[in-house]
Design a protein around this ligand. Structure first.
Ligand code: NDP
Length: 291
């Protein structure tokens, strides 16, 4: 069997087009242009790249971005006071504090300080709590897990009643992805570093979501024939043939898994593009709600 390739780049491009159209509609109706504030603390090169990517994506769809860069020795009070200012700023519809924060800063307290109406990353404890509760809806859903669900639906997966396995239980990917799958009426198993017989658990999955940060750990014989495989992992592996000295691979051994899976996301070009598109979508929704 050769798997259907789930083209996250194309699906994200469609979503961005919808966001751009939504922004224009809002502005044409005389409403304020949606605005996203990014907060970057310290000089982590990966974080700098992510923030630049998000600002560029905003510009492409007509969302205004307000960049705030703070030194690594910023105090908890200074950071929270900036968040409060942004909460009160009517031009800002979404606040994104780039994680991880430098050591010494309390991430939970900072996320807690963001107004839930502007929590476009969906990491506020109230939004996550609502995601976990039956009959409650968060104002925003974290962008990467939301992208995972969109990709599954676009690929034609039936989520209701499916046996879904989520490999990884982080706050930003694994756990919210599992909660979203429960909301979609899948039967969900969450795996992590202490799970026994991991391969067998994965091989029973109709839907396999992998978010562990371990290059190509999931092999062909971990995948049930015909399964939908969503690979969230993004790992750099040394590759002297590349100009930059490395290439990006997922947590799934793509070539071999694609021989067995029914559908699979590539890395890059799978989940990654959906994350930023989701952030733009959430910012537009926030601006619409505020107007
Ligand atoms: P974390 O490191 O926060 O979490 C990793 C999870 O995987 C943990 O739950 C851990 O278990 C589990 N795990 C690690 N090693 C193993 C193992 N050998 N066997 C079983 N479980 C294991 O990672 P994130 O969730 O933040 O990210 C996961 C991957 O997704 C990374 O490659 C990251 O770069 C990528 N990512 C991609 C995004 C995108 O937009 N495409 C966005 C965010 C992340 P335990 O809890 O027991 O420690």
């Amino acid at each position: 069997m050769t798997a259907q390739i789930i083209d996250g780049k194309a699906i994200a491009a469609e979503l961005r087009k919808d966001v751009a159209a939504g922004v224009e509609e809002l502005v044409a109706a005389g409403k304020p242009r949606p605005g996203l504030a990014t907060v970057l603390v310290g000089e982590n090169p990966a974080s700098q790249t992510y923030v630049r990517g998000k600002q560029k994506a905003c510009a492409e769809v007509g969302i205004e971005s307000f960049g705030h860069t703070l030194p690594a020795d910023t105090s908890q009070e200074e950071l929270e006071s900036l968040v409060k200012e942004l909460n009160a700023d009517p031009k800002v519809h979404g606040i994104l504090v780039q994680l991880p924060l430098p050591p010494g800063l309390d991430e939970e307290k900072v996320l807690n300080a963001i107004s839930i109406e502007k929590d476009v990353d969906g990491f506020h404890p109230i939004n996550i709590g609502r995601l976990a509760q039956k009959g409650r809806e968060p104002l925003f859903v974290p962008c990467t897990p939301a992208g995972v669900i969109k990709l599954l639906k676009k690929a034609g997966a039936t989520l209701e009643g499916a046996n879904a396995v989520v490999l990884g239980r982080s706050n930003i990917v694994g756990m919210p992805a599992a909660l979203l799958l429960v909301k979609e009426n899948a039967t969900v198993t969450i795996c992590h570093s202490r799970t026994k017989n991991l391969k067998d658990v994965c091989r029973a999955a109709d839907i396999l979501i992998v978010a562990i940060g371990r290059a190509e750990m999931v092999r062909k014989d971990w995948v049930k024939p015909g399964a939908y495989v969503i690979d969230v992992g993004m790992n750099r592996v040394d590759d002297a043939s590349k100009k930059r000295g490395y290439r990006l691979v997922g947590d799934v051994a793509y070539e071999e898994a694609a021989e067995v899976a029914g559908a699979i996301t590539p890395v890059p070009g799978g989940v990654g593009p959906m994350t930023i598109a989701g952030l733009l979508w959430n910012t537009l929704r926030s601006a619409k709600r505020a107007s």
